[in-house]
Every structure is written in C-alpha cells, then in structure tokens.
Design a protein around this ligand. Structure first.
Ligand code: NAD
Ligand code: IPM
Ligand code: MN
Length: 366
C-alpha cells in the first residue's frame, strides 16, 4: 500500500516524539511491504518564527492533499504573550477546523504493568478501558470571536452548537459504542447550560436508532469524580469540546501518565489527523526523556482508521504492551524495579519488536 503522510512536529517534545512515529512507521512499511512517504510542514510556535503565522497556507494545503496527518504538539512559553489570534494553539485549532475534524477519539487503557504507576488504587484502575469521544470543532473554542471591552474589564466567550453538529458527534459515539461494549455515557451540564439541554435532547432522540447501545446521562462534575473512583463503569463517553479536553487529561491518570494517551481526529471523509493528547511539555523538552508511546500509539490509530491496516496497527500496540510488560518505561512513569529509558531507546525497542513480530507472523504463514 502506498500512502503519503504529512508530519507536523510543532514545538517542544512534539519534535522529539514525531521522530519516534516516523521510525516506527518506517519499520512497519519495511516489514509489511508498504510504501509510506513523509513530508514535514510547520505549525505552531515554529511556524510563527519562520512564517509569522501559526498555520501557514502551505501547511493547510499539504494536509488537505495528504492521506493522513501526524502532529506532535504545539506551544511553549516563548509564544505565551502573543495576542490570541497569533498563538501556536491557534494553528492547531485552525488545522482541525480546516480539515473538519469534528470527532476526536481518545482511548484510555490501564496497562497491567502500569497499574501501580497511577496514584489511584490499583483495584480502582485495574481493567479500565474507555473511549472519550470529544467534539472537536465547536463549543467555546470556536464561538464568536471573543473580545475584551474597550476598558479591558470585561470579556465574553460564547458556547455555540447547532443540532446538526451535535448529531454528527453523537452518531460517531453510538457507532463507536457498537464496536465496543455497547454502553454510552453522555456527559453534559444540562442542569445549567442551554447548549447541554440541546445536547441531551439530541442524544435521547438518537438513541432510538441504536437500540443495541445502553445510554446514561451524567453531569460533568459527577463524571469527573466517577472517572477516578469507578472508571470501570465507563465504556464510551461522548461530550462537548471543552469538557472532553479536561476529562481526557484527568483520565490519563488511570494509565499512569499523560504520555500514554493517543488520539485520532476524524472527519466524514478520509483525511484524519493523529496526535498525542499531551502538549509540548516545555519542562522536559530537549532532554530526550519524553514518553513517545502516546505518539506511537497514535500511529497505530492512523493505520487502523485511515488506512484500514488492522494487522499493522495491532503489531504496534502489541509491541508497546510487550515493552511495558518487560518493565521498560520513560521517566514520567513511576515504576518500582523498572528499567528507565529515554525517548530514543524506547523507540528503538518498539522498532525491534515490530521487526521480530512480523518475522514470527511470516514464519507462521509458511
Ligand atoms: P503538557 O501536556 O505539555 O504537559 C503537562 C505535564 O505532563 C508536564 O509536566 C509534562 O512534562 C508532562 N508530559 C506531557 N507529555 C509528556 C510525555 N510525552 N512524556 C513525559 N511527560 C509528559 O501541558 P502544559 O504544560 O499545560 O502545556 C504546555 C504547552 O503545550 C502549552 O503551550 C499548551 O498550550 C500546549 N499544549 C499543546 C497540545 C497539543 O499540541 N495537542 C496539547 C496540550 C497542551
Ligand atoms: C488538546 C490541547 C488543545 C485543546 C490546545 C493546545 C488548544 O489541550 O489537544 O487537548 O485544548 O484542544
Ligand atoms: Mn488538552
């Protein structure tokens, strides 16, 4: 299979983990006889420095024409004082909007060997396996442009959704639940927000089309509590943009580190964008210690969702599992008696395992 992939390293550890993604995909291509070509484009802070904008037109054009896009992370203290429309994060929001990536899938899984890396009790975390379906191109992030009053003493941010926007993300969540355990938790703040009331009504209407999925409504404050007290009660969570952003960082605590969570951002067509849930981690950037697993697991999601390469996706996921089972981990994971490694060494181990797994597959096929 021939595919063209755009790489958007961005800033901070984004640049470090995107290299891991490329190494892993090159190993997959070599072992499974695919041809992946790569093209790197600028986004975020580095694009501001080079082009005066966080999202150059050339980047948007390249992404539109690609088969898939991989993004590292954007942002950092260097650009924190810029006006909102020029911040690195605007580049990320802009590319999500330009590609119409309304559905952000954030799987959260507690790996057996990482249970004690979580500050939560092992008995609580054990077995957690959930999917957050976050609406990605609406809500507070994309309201009417926020403006300060002339005296700078007041401000308005707007939270807007159309019914059609809610319907498309809710459909995606029901379909995701059908492929999993068939349970959907819709998270809102319907006791206060009008937008959440429309959200809840829409979920209730859609429910009739998916009789095989059980539905539960939960207020976001209670959901935040339940995520860390009874994570096993969740299968698929669907929620609006801002709630999904906050709940997914919280859910990363189940896995032991934010550096473990991958994501897939999808539209109705074929070009998907795949990125870790974490940011540019300025506190550890340049040290070679970033956890590349969220990025590497995002490449597995790309192979699965954009290229329908399920076997290759599983090969990557199995390699990640095997490295963790052997006790290897990066510094963000607090593991007793483990073997601490850096970004490069972790990546090399995954690459080697991909090579040996595919060798096993071909021997078995003989
Ligand atoms: P962050 O996710 O960058 O970091 C939070 C904490 O988690 C830090 O202590 C960091 O060291 C740690 N961490 C995150 N990923 C890690 C990894 N792979 N390995 C090891 N440790 C990891 O969040 P922040 O510090 O709030 O934000 C920093 C910058 O990143 C900000 O400019 C923010 O806007 C941006 N950001 C970008 C994205 C994105 O590009 N998708 C996502 C979140 C934040
Ligand atoms: C994420 C990030 C982004 C978001 C920021 C950097 C704009 O936190 O992808 O989770 O809030 O969507
Ligand atoms: Mn976030």
């Amino acid at each position: 299979m021939k595919k063209h992939i755009v790489l958007l390293p961005g800033d901070g550890i984004g640049k470090e983990v995107i290299q891991s993604a490329k190494d892993v995909l090159e190993a997959v291509a070599a072992e499974f006889d695919h041809s992946f070509t790569f093209e790197t484009q600028d986004i975020g802070g580095c694009a501001i420095d080079l082009h005066g904008t966080p999202l150059p037109e050339s980047t948007v054009n390249a992404c539109t024409q690609a088969d898939a896009v991989l993004l590292g992370a954007v942002g950092g203290p260097k650009w924190d004082r810029l006006p909102s429309h020029l911040r690195p994060e605007k580049g990320l929001l802009g590319i999500r909007k330009a590609l119409n990536l309304f559905a952000n899938l954030r799987p959260v899984k507690a790996y057996p060997h990482l249970l004690h890396a979580s500050p939560l009790k092992e008995a609580v975390v054990s077995g957690s396996d959930l999917l957050i379906v976050r609406e990605l191109i609406g809500g507070l992030y994309f309201g009417t442009p926020s403006e300060r009053s002339v005296d700078g003493q007041s401000v308005v941010d707007t939270l807007a959704y159309t019914k059609q926007e809610i319907e498309q993300i809710v459909d995606k969540a029901f379909q995701s639940a059908q492929l999993r355990k068939g349970h959907l938790t819709s998270v809102d703040k319907a006791n206060v927000l009008e937008s959440s009331k429309l959200w809840r009504e829409t979920v209730e209407e859609k429910q009739a089309q998916y009789p095989d999925v059980t539905v539960e409504h939960m207020l976001v404050d209670a959901a935040a509590m339940k995520l860390v007290t009874n994570p096993n009660s969740f299968d698929v969570i669907v929620t609006e943009n801002m709630f999904g952003d906050i709940l997914s960082d919280e859910a990363s605590v189940l896995t032991g580190s934010l550096g473990m969570l991958p994501s897939a951002s999808l539209n109705q067509a074929s070009v998907g964008l795949y990125e870790p849930v974490h940011g540019s981690a300025p506190d550890i950037a340049g040290k070679g210690i970033a956890n590349p697993l969220a990025m590497i697991l995002s490449t597995a999601l790309m192979l699965r969702h954009s290229f329908q390469l399920e076997k290759e996706a599983r090969t990557i996921e199995t390699a990640v599992q095997a490295v963790l089972d052997d006790g290897y981990h990066t510094a963000d994971l607090q593991i007793e008696n483990g073997h601490k490694v850096g970004t490069e060494q972790m990546t090399k181990m995954i690459v080697e395992l991909i090579k040996s797994q595919s060798a096993t597959v071909s021997i078995l096929n003989c």
